[in-house]
Design a protein around this ligand. Structure first.
Ligand SMILES: Nc1ncnc2c1ncn2[C@@H]1O[C@H](COP(=O)(O)OP(=O)(O)O)[C@@H](O)[C@H]1O
Ligand SMILES: [Mg+2]
Length: 341
């Protein structure tokens, strides 16, 4: 096992057919390659679901060995700004393609949703100007942050979070390759921590192998990775602690829930977004909360997740979330009382 190779790169599929769990997308992209014609593309979806990988694999299949000459990769959140993006695009688009069978070159613009509205309008004009010999593939987390005139010029592909069976298949095949005996419970824990992001799962797994020090009993010549190693690398609040915070909030102990949350955030190094997402998971999985209560709490998680993702102060938002939990608790107690009368 090489400690110096990053697994997310080492195990990046180089063919479209090797991209897992996005079958419909892969079929549609393969059809474009076959027909040698293609509209502009918009790839939307969370991190680590195969957007960049699919683009690169598609480019390789289209251009073969010439692919580097026909592809320009840019990141829209580059701090040098849209002007650099514009100049690079112009320089690239001006020259003709170097393959015979594909009449256009490809520009991949990652994090396109980081562009301001004005920059997106500039981009839309470029898409129109260079349509004769360039196709754009824009990648973003949220398609709603892309202006409608760009959306309407693109075929939209929505990458789904990686399902458990798919993530398991990929991680276990890496385990075989790297000679690691990965416990079932450790695999489940990696899946929970990765939240649909395969890059994150691979990174967590690779990090565990740096601290794994026990040879496997069952598979000779391999190292064993258990839930203990995974726990060590994942900063991940224990479900019982988060559950306790929710229950404190629901029962009206606002201050206690707030203090406990501060402790948990520091102890596990969680961000605001991590905390909300963990809370959401706890609420879903609770056997104690009634459906009506779950609905209200989940709705609230959505609201605060959105506010945090828009850049609001996360401590203020987390406290506001707990205040909401408190109010929901109060109301549901009243509701219960009413319904008993
Ligand atoms: N659908 C997938 N199938 C196989 N591997 C994947 C998939 N999605 C992500 N990965 C793994 O995660 C890494 C990062 O994926 P990438 O395509 O860069 O994600 P993003 O959607 O953020 O662009 C890849 O190099 C690969 O190892
Ligand atoms: Mg990417």
């Amino acid at each position: 096992m090489s400690k110096f190779e990053i697994w997310t790169e080492k195990y990046r599929p180089s063919k479209l057919s090797e991209v897992k769990g996005q079958d419909e997308i892969i079929n549609r992209l393969s059809a474009f390659i076959k027909s040698e014609s293609m509209p502009h593309l918009l790839f939307a979806g969370m991190q680590g679901t195969g957007k960049t990988t699919s683009f690169l694999a598609m480019a390789k299949e289209m251009y073969g060995d010439n692919y580097r000459d026909n592809v320009l990769e840019l990141n829209a959140s580059d701090e040098r700004g849209i002007n650099i993006v514009r100049t690079s695009i112009k320089d690239f688009a001006r020259t003709k393609t170097v393959t015979e069978n594909v009449p256009f070159k490809l520009i991949f613009l990652d994090e396109a949703d980081a562009l301001t509205k004005d920059a997106q309008h500039a981009l839309r004009r470029m898409m129109e100007d260079y349509t004769s010999n360039v196709r754009f593939c824009l990648s973003c987390n949220y398609s709603s942050r892309i202006i409608p005139p760009i959306q309407s010029r693109c075929a939209i592909f929505r990458f789904q979070p990686i399902r458990k069976d798919v993530m398991k298949e990929v991680i276990l095949s890496i385990a075989r390759e790297e000679k690691i005996d990965l416990d079932h419970t450790a695999m489940d824990y990696i899946y929970d921590a990765a939240e649909g992001d395969l890059r994150k799962a691979e990174n967590i797994f690779q990090a565990t192998t740096a601290i794994a020090d026990k040879p496997s009993d069952s598979i000779p010549g391999t190292m064993r990775v258990t839930i203990n190693e995974v726990r060590e690398v994942v900063s991940f609040a224990e479900p019982t602690e988060l559950y306790e915070i929710l229950k404190l909030g629901l029962s009206g102990n606002f201050k206690a829930s707030k203090d406990k949350l501060s402790d948990v955030l520091v102890k596990y190094g969680l961000s605001g977004a991590d905390a909300i997402s963990q809370f959401q998971k706890q609420i879903w999985n609770s056997e104690e909360f009634e459906d009506k209560l779950k609905v209200k709490l989940i709705k609230s998680c959505g609201e605060y997740d959105f506010r945090i993702s828009e850049g609001s102060n996360e401590f203020i938002q987390l406290n506001a979330f707990l205040a909401d939990v408190n109010l929901i608790g109060t109301n549901s107690r009243f509701q219960n009382r009413d319904s008993n009368i």
